[in-house]
Structures are given as structure tokens and as C-alpha cells.
Ligand binder design. Structure first.
Ligand code: GDP
Length: 486
């Protein structure tokens, strides 16, 4: 197949410029790891040598420490066992709790892994209902999954109301942490969801990070791409500058390093690609996510998509030649490669309208446009394995696009653009000023947006807009109070 020829032609390309370890022992069983590059253009971003060396160091740490995680389950039975356990080892962990939609999960996994990398912790992943059905193991010779013996009910109890919440270590009314370092707990829960409070938000400050460093086991629940606010912490920020001289590519590199769809999901991706998308002049991905369908009737959504895609020449316009006047040039019809358009949406209606538009008009320059919708699940069913596999299939298919149109505020779209390495055209939101002027705006960078960043107040001088005082972050094109790296 062309894929196989491509593989032998670009030997080593699957290592993603050194991001992946050239140690295939036990790795080759994951097809997506070996084949992804055949379906993508080479990345425009080059991972730094420092990032590569830190990833190798991380992998060694993971191999050394992951097998110790099981002892924590036993130590939960008594404080004495816990104290004893912590004495015996210098391994430190951060456990990612599976929560929220798939796009959100990809955001928080990247953020949590980056934090682990920066602070020499080992990342362990709560299996949730289906994490192991979705992804291959990213690290060599040791699993990233939390041991199955971890009690799920205990893990689920780590939420807003948990007494182990890190924010509780900080006195209300005090500006920064006054924690006696001799009494730091063995483990703590970091609450970084959109409901985090003033105390939880101090996670992004230097003093609190010093306390964090003393805690061996951290558990994190989040639904946000919190990476931009890690730049509030000077020690982390310096390290991130070394790791990512191209800041726009933080998610891009780490997502390509971590996320390899399982063979079952990869099979779906490849089959869909060859059946419907491949062998085309170009692939245009259109991700339609309507958070409040009552405010967004399908006619408006699809006319906005057309205004964006045709107005910016991502798709050809229709011509005003009617079908009686059409002369079919066999030559043109036979030789022009089609433009493939992948539409993803929970709803079929948008796709039907887009397709109908092209079928009922002749198209400029005799172009052929083929549109496909891989599924229409109608509603979000996060946690159901088949549904999540389909969602991952579509995020990856979108990430093979040459150009992308995405929906504002959607982490599903952020994941696709980040994996693709393509700056998307982001559809503007009805009700916002930009919507009156533009159908879509080209994203400033391909980084995802942190939707609810805290104000900057680490120096206790009152909350200030981080977009104005932290280098490297800007407000997002789709969420004005949000922050993104650029
Ligand atoms: P966000 O809510 O747009 O930020 O994205 P998430 O991925 O976190 O959550 C939305 C969830 O709804 C996804 O994970 C899917 O389960 C489902 N979903 C949303 N849009 C699509 C789509 O275009 N295709 C499929 N298959 N599922 C979708």
C-alpha cells in the first residue's frame, strides 16, 4: 500500500523528530504509533533537544517508580503505613482523574503530564470507564494506568467537597500559603475545574508550588487547559522556556508524544480515511459544535460556515451557471482530484445542508467537493466506550486536515488543531461583537485556550489581568477573558 511505501521511504519519521524513543521493544504492537506520520504532513515545529532529553529522563523515572504505586493503596489503610511508605521512597506522583468530555480530557492530560515533567513526578492515569480502550500506552516498558486495585469510590470522592483539597491548606483571608512544612500531608487533591476558588487558584503561585513539592501524592481533577497559567510560576516558566522555545507548540508536541489511538480506534480512522477522504486534492476539516442549539438554528450555522470557508477560499464557491447551461467537460471531471471535506458534529442537519448546497449548484472551476460526516451521535455520552471511541476517531480524522474550521470554545476542536499543527479558522459566536463583522477569525496560535484563568495575584498586590503582565500569554480569539500561549 502507499502507506507502507511511505513508511519505508520516511524511515524514522514515526519518531516525530525524536519525540518518541527509538526503542521499539514492545512498542510496535501499537499501530498508530508507527503509522500516524504516513497520514500527516511533517510538523512545522521542531521539538527542542532539551524537551527530547527531558522526555527520556521522564521515561526512566516512570519505569523506576510506576510499580510502586500499588503500595499507596495498602498505605491508605492507616497513617502509620502511609508514613512508612513515604520514608521508603523518593518517588512522587500525580494522578489524573478521568473527568469531562474527551476534548477536555486531552487538554488536562497534556497539562498534567507537563506539570509532572516540570516537577519530576510520575503521571498515573485513572482508567475511568474506557481510557485503556482508547489509547496505547505512551511510555515504554511501564504502564501509565493507575493500578486497577485503586479503589474507584475513593478516587471519585476526590472532588470539590473533599477534605483533602489543596486549597484548604491555605487560610481563607490570607494571601499566600502559611503551611508548616513539617506538617504537609502525604497526599492532596488539586481542584482545577471551572468551580475552583481563590485558594485553589493559588496552585499557580511560587510559594504554593514549594508546598506542593513536599507532597508525595497529588491527585488532580480538571476540565481546563491550565498550561498558560503555569507561566505565573517563575521556576516553572524558566523551565518551560527551555523546553518549548516555540511556545505555540506546547500542546502540539506533548499531544503527539502522548496520544496514540488504540489499534481498534486506529483501524476505524484508517478505514474511514481511505474510504472517504484520501486521494484528494486537499482535506478541509469542519468541526461544528453548537453549545446552545436554540440560539443557533442550523440555517445560520451553515451559512456562517460557508461565509467562513468560501470567503477565506478554503472551499470553492458555487457558480451562477445553471444546469441547462452546464457543459460537462469529461476532461475536467475525470482529471481533477476532489476536495474532501470532513464534517464532524453531533447533529446530522448541518451536514445535510452543506452537502445539499454543493449538490444543488454548479461549482466554480468545475471543482468536485465531497463531504462526509462520520457519525451523528445526537448527544454527548461521555464514558460510554463506543461513543468515546467514535469521538476520538473524529478528533484524529480532523487532525489529518490541511485546513480547519472549528467552533469557538470547543476543546474537541482545540485537540484536533493541536494534533494537526494547523491554525484553525474559528467560527465567531452569535451575540458577540465579532460575529457582526466576521464569520470566523484565524487563530493567533494553535495552542488551546484556558477558559477560566485566575487573575494574577501571586505577589498579593491585588488581582490583575495576566494577559497584560505575563509574557507569552494573550487573550483568546474565542473567549475574551481566556488565556493562550502564542
Ligand atoms: P467540548 O465540550 O466541545 O469542549 O468538547 P469535549 O470533547 O470535551 O466534549 C464534548 C463531547 O461530546 C465529546 O467528547 C464527544 O463525546 C461529543 N461530541 C461533541 N462533538 C462531537 C462530534 O463532532 N463528533 C462526535 N463523535 N462526538 C462529539
Amino acid at each position: 500500500s502507499s502507506a507502507e511505501q511511505g513508511y519505508s521511504r520516511s524511515k524514522g519519521a514515526h519518531l516525530l523528530g525524536g519525540l518518541l524513543r527509538d526503542d521499539l521493544n514492545g512498542y510496535t504492537s501499537c499501530h498508530s504509533r508507527m503509522q500516524q506520520q504516513l497520514y500527516r504532513k511533517a510538523s512545522p515545529f521542531i521539538p527542542s533537544r532539551y524537551l527530547i532529553s527531558r522526555l527520556r529522563r521522564y521515561e526512566d523515572l516512570h519505569i523506576k517508580c510506576a510499580s510502586e504505586a500499588i503500595y499507596f493503596v495498602k498505605a491508605l489503610k492507616s497513617p502509620e503505613l502511609m508514613a512508612d511508605l513515604l520514608q521508603k521512597t523518593d518517588c512522587r506522583f500525580i494522578v489524573w482523574i478521568a473527568w469531562s468530555g474527551l476534548g477536555n480530557r486531552l487538554m488536562t492530560l497534556v497539562g498534567t503530564f507537563l506539570y509532572a515533567l516540570l516537577t519530576d513526578r510520575v503521571l498515573l492515569v485513572d482508567r475511568g470507564t474506557d481510557m485503556s480502550d482508547l489509547f496505547c500506552e505512551p511510555f515504554p516498558h511501564a504502564s501509565w494506568l493507575l493500578p486497577a486495585e485503586f479503589p474507584q469510590s475513593w478516587l471519585q470522592g476526590l472532588d470539590e467537597s473533599s477534605p483533602h483539597r489543596f486549597g484548604y491548606l491555605i487560610d481563607k483571608g490570607e494571601c499566600s500559603a502559611h503551611v508548616n512544612l513539617s506538617s504537609v500531608p502525604a497526599y492532596s487533591y488539586i481542584h482545577l475545574t471551572h468551580t475552583f476558588d481563590m485558594q485553589d487558584r493559588r496552585f499557580f503561585c511560587d510559594d504554593e508550588q514549594k508546598v506542593m513539592n513536599q507532597i508525595s501524592w497529588l491527585f488532580i481533577r480538571s476540565n481546563m487547559y491550565f498550561v498558560p497559567s503555569l507561566y505565573f510560576v517563575p521556576s516553572l516558566s524558566q523551565e518551560m522556556e527551555r523546553l518549548f522555545p516555540e511556545r505555540e507548540a506546547v500542546f502540539h508536541h506533548l499531544a503527539r508524544y502522548l496520544f496514540h489511538p488504540s489499534n481498534e480506534v486506529w483501524g476505524r480512522i484508517v478505514r474511514f480515511y481511505h474510504a472517504y477522504l484520501g486521494n484528494a486534492d486537499s482535506l478541509v476539516g469542519i468541526q461544528i459544535r453548537t453549545f446552545d442549539p436554540t440560539k443557533m438554528p442550523s440555517e445560520n450555522v451553515t451559512s456562517q460556515v460557508f461565509a467562513c470557508a468560501i470567503g477565506n477560499r478554503l472551499l470553492p464557491n458555487v457558480s451562477n451557471v445553471n444546469d441547462d447551461e452546464m457543459t460537462w467537460s469529461e476532461e475536467a471531471a475525470g482529471t481533477q482530484k476532489p476536495i474532501s471535506v470532513l464534517v464532524t458534529s453531533l447533529h446530522q442537519e448541518h451536514y445535510e445542508r452543506l452537502r445539499e448546497f454543493y449538490l444543488s449548484h454548479s461549482i466554480e472551476h468545475g471543482r468536485i467537493v465531497r463531504l462526509h460526516l462520520p457519525s451523528h451521535e445526537e448527544e454527548q455520552k461521555t464514558g460510554k466506550a463506543e461513543h468515546d471511541k467514535q469521538a476520538l476517531t473524529e478528533i484524529f480524522l480532523l487532525s489529518l486536515s490541511d485546513t480547519l474550521v472549528t467552533s469557538a470554545m470547543s476543546t474537541f476542536g482545540y485537540a484536533a488543531q493541536g494534533l494537526a499543527g494547523v491554525r484553525p479558522w474559528v467560527l465567531t459566536k452569535p451575540g458577540e461583537k465579532a460575529y457582526q463583522q466576521y464569520a470566523c477569525i484565524k487563530a493567533l496560535s494553535l495552542e488551546p485556550c484556558f477558559h477560566s484563568p485566575p487573575l494574577f495575584d501571586c505577589d498579593c498586590e491585588g488581582g490583575r489581568d495576566p494577559g497584560k503582565i505575563i509574557k507569552f500569554v494573550r487573550h483568546c480569539e474565542d473567549v475574551h477573558w481566556g488565556l493562550k500561549l502564542f
